[in-house]
Design a binder for this molecule. Structure first.
Ligand code: SF4
Length: 196
């Protein structure tokens, strides 16, 4: 097992990477004239899975820092969310359920939210050896583009690459034996911190 100090350093570096993501997003949104305020759609109600242990650990760290009653409330909401998602999936429905951390339309763990929470919205691209994947952005971003705003996709490749490097630094040789992470925020909370 890696020493705790090493884990702390990696989580601090993830905080720095998140700041870069936020800056890249803000720049792309400003270019597009995209502003989330007053939007009728809340992205936190979409179905999103997350795929890294290090982000899961960072989220768990944020949760652990909350007052006991608030943490208990979120964990109860996460458990209910997971049950509801199972029922919807069994009916062949996409489990689009509001994230248990969203209260009054806002993220209660904003500083600890994950990469997808930070980058969803603006048109962006991801390069890989298999080619370039394009993401068109949210509905409001499409409206902005239709109205003539410049559609210059944000390249999230370097941000993904740096996240992957932090993940590998955290997992080391365990990366080969650990199961792949495919979890919603509710599932992460319901499971508890990853056992690393
Ligand atoms: S973690 Fe926060 S930003 Fe991400 S979906 Fe949940 S409430 Fe929204």
């Amino acid at each position: 097992m890696k020493p705790i100090a090493s884990k702390k350093i990696l989580l601090r570096r993830l905080g720095g990477l998140y700041a870069r993501m936020d800056a890249a997003y803000a720049e792309a949104a400003a270019r597009l004239g995209l502003d989330c305020s007053g939007c009728a759609t809340n992205c936190c109600g979409g179905f999103f899975q997350h795929h890294t242990y290090i982000e899961w650990l960072y989220l768990a760290q944020g949760l652990a820092e909350l007052p006991d009653d608030q943490r208990a409330r979120f964990l109860a909401k996460a458990a209910a969310n997971v049950e509801q998602a199972k029922a919807m999936t069994a009916q062949g429905l996409l489990p689009e359920i509001m994230c248990p951390l969203n209260e009054d339309g806002r993220c209660a763990l904003y500083g600890h939210r994950l990469m997808i929470c930070r980058l969803h919205g603006v048109p962006n691209i991801l390069r890989s050896p298999r080619g370039v994947r394009e993401f068109r952005g949210c509905h409001r971003a499409r409206v902005r583009v239709s109205a003539g705003a410049p559609e210059q996709a944000m390249d999230r490749t370097p941000l993904y690459r740096d996240l992957a490097a932090l993940e590998m630094a955290l997992l080391g040789a365990k990366a080969r034996s650990l199961p792949r992470v495919d979890l919603t925020i509710a599932e992460m909370l319901n499971h508890g911190p990853p056992a690393l």
